[in-house]
Write a protein that binds this ligand. Sequence first.
Ligand SMILES: [Zn+2]
Length: 287
Amino acid sequence: MNDNVDDQIQRNLISANHILHFTSVLDAYGHISARHPVDAMTYLMSANMAPALVSNASDLVQYRVNDSIAVDSDAPKGYIERYIHGEMYKRYPDIACVIHSHSEDVLPYAIAGVPLRAVYHMAGFLGPDPVPLYDVVNSYNATEPHDLLIRTPKLGEDLAKTFLTTANASANPPVLLPDYNVVLMRRHGFTTAAIDIQTAVFQAIFTQSNAKAQTTATLLRGAFGGLSGDEATAWTGGTGNGGTGAFEPLTAQQAQDCEVSIGATSDRPWGLWLKEVENDSLYTNNV
Ligand SMILES: [Zn+2]
C-alpha cells in the first residue's frame, strides 16, 4: 500500500463511496467529493457512475473549484450536480469533503413540512435549530429546467449560502466554515460538509439515523398519545414535555457537548465501516 498523499485521498474517497452505499446513504445516485489535499483549488469526485462501483483511480475526476470543470479535458463525463460540491469548496475554504444524498429516511423531512431536529446524542452536529431547508424553486430562472437538480453554479451557490445563519451570510471577510453541517433540499434530499472525509461520512450516516429515530418516535408518540399527569412528570423529571405534542430536540448545550464528545471517537466507526466494505465482494478498492 502506497502512502503518498494522492493515493491516500483517492483510497479514502473510494472507500467512502462504498461505505455510503453500504449504509444506504447513497444508492445508484448521490455522491461524495474531497478537496485535493495539495491543490486546494481543485476537488476529486467519481465520474458519472454508481458509488458502489467506484474502484480505480481512473474512476475519479479532478475538478476546478472555480467552475467545476474537469482539469483534464479528456476526463469521463461527470455528475450533473457536481456544482453542489464546487460551490461549497468555493464559499468555505476550510471544507474538505461534501456529500449529497437522497436517503429515503431523510427524504420525508424534505417533503412533509416537519422540521428535522437533533433528537439523540449521536446527532449533536445537527445543532439546536431545525435543519435548514433549501428550496431550489426560489433560485430558478424561467428558461432553465425545473427538475429540482443543482445543475448550475448559481444553484450550487444558493444552496451553499443556506449553510449560513443570516448574520454570517453577508460576513466580510467571508466565514471559513458553514454554521450548519447539514442542509435539507426540498423534495430532493440533503447535503452535508465537513473538514475531512471521515467527519462528513459520520455526519451523513448519523443524519440518516437521527431522521429514522425521529420518525419512529413521532409515530410512536402519535399512536400512544403521550403521557399525562404524574406519568409525564416522572418521564421527564418535570423538566420537559412528556405529554402530548412534540417531544423536545437536544438543547443548544446538549447538541454542542454531544458533538464534542462523540466527535472525539470518530476513528472507531470509520475503522468498522472500512472493514465492512472490505469484506463485501460488491466493493473493490484498487488504490
Ligand atoms: Zn441529487
